[in-house]
Ligand binder design. Structure first.
Ligand code: PEP
Length: 248
């Protein structure tokens, strides 16, 4: 039985004081949550949010990390820096980083390997654009994102990997994949994991769905066999919306 994992990607929203206030309210409100809960504030909010959720079960994640230990990488943040403030989870390969910052599967793979070797848990985002889906390239795109993104990862390290299937056309658009379409993409991803790492790893693999998840559609999505949680953007920004998703 895979435990549901609900994550909130706050993207470039909330200033540190707002983030800390919201995080402490969330920690109190979600203290009896049956699911695993993660929130990913911006870098500058991380210390305040870590402090605000101290003593709770809420996992605090970064939205990105650099693929080098340290050095002349202006504007970047390292795994050691994150771990030093108590953050050991990171979202990698989000479609906005692929789209706006040119992150390729090969580059994301470097970050995946570096983060795992440095003891981090990762949430690897994959998903197709509308053009790729309509062009019949869904399976090829997912296969490349999984096979290249996880190249060199060991079976043991897969225990530290969550996958988020996020069809790009459903992110922030209000459009959601139908539960059946989402489930079949998840099943396909699980098959790719089975081929690469074996059936036992695939059975345990947590695969979140992301793309306009909200209180009104979360139940139906989470009821699908291969959907093990959600990566939530817009609806993770307020307690009114995120709490019902957590309590789904
Ligand atoms: C996301 O960016 O990960 C996401 C799923 O956003 P939204 O829920 O706003 O579509």
């Amino acid at each position: 039985m895979r435990q549901l994992y609900i994550a909130g990607n706050w993207k470039m929203n909330l200033v540190p004081s707002q983030a800390a206030k919201y995080a402490s309210e969330l920690a109190a409100a979600a203290k009896d949550a049956k699911v695993k809960v993660m929130i990913a504030p911006t870098y500058v909010c991380l210390p305040a949010v870590v402090e605000a959720v101290k003593g709770s079960n809420i996992i605090v994640a970064a939205q990105n990390v650099n693929d080098h230990e340290k050095g002349a990488y202006t504007g970047e943040i390292s795994c050691d820096m994150l771990k030093d403030i108590g953050v050991k989870t990171v979202i990698l390969g989000h479609s906005e980083r692929r789209q706006y910052y040119g992150e390729t599967n090969e580059f994301i793979n470097k970050k995946v390997l570096f983060a795992l070797q440095n003891g981090m848990d990762i949430d690897l985002c994959v998903g197709e654009t509308l053009e790729e889906r309509e062009g019949g390239r869904l399976e090829q795109v997912l296969a490349d994102q999984i096979n290249i993104g996880l190249d060199g990862v060991t079976e043991e390290q897969m225990a530290h990997v969550t996958i988020a299937y996020e069809p790009v056309w459903a992110i922030g658009t209000g459009k959601t994949a139908t539960p059946a379409d989402a489930n079949s993409a998840h099943e396909y991803i699980r098959g790719l994991i089975a081929k690469k790492f074996g059936k036992a790893v695939a059975e345990k693999q947590i695969i979140q769905y992301g793309g306009s998840v909200k209180p009104s559609n979360v139940k139906e999505l989470m009821a699908c066999e291969h959907i093990d949680g959600a990566l939530v953007g817009g609806a993770s920004l307020t307690l009114e919306q995120f709490l019902p998703i957590i309590n789904c």
